[in-house]
Design a protein. Structure first.
Length: 60
């Protein structure tokens, strides 16, 4: 036979799991130090600069 499940407990457990997943995403997204943010920005600028250096001029 199937196990009897309380729907309210199941719904609350699902909501808790969703809330925890959102918290994990936020910790990854916003949980960086100022130095880490600056380093990521500098790396992005370097990549953009290198990509721009390889572009051809449209005038040629």
């Amino acid at each position: 036979m199937a196990e009897i499940v309380s729907l309210s407990k199941a719904r609350k457990a699902k909501a808790r799991a969703a809330k925890e997943a959102q918290a994990v995403e936020n910790r990854v997204k916003f949980g960086r130090t100022k130095a880490e943010k600056a380093l990521a920005e500098a790396e992005k600028a370097l990549v953009d600069k290198r990509a721009d250096a390889h572009k051809r001029d449209e005038d040629e």
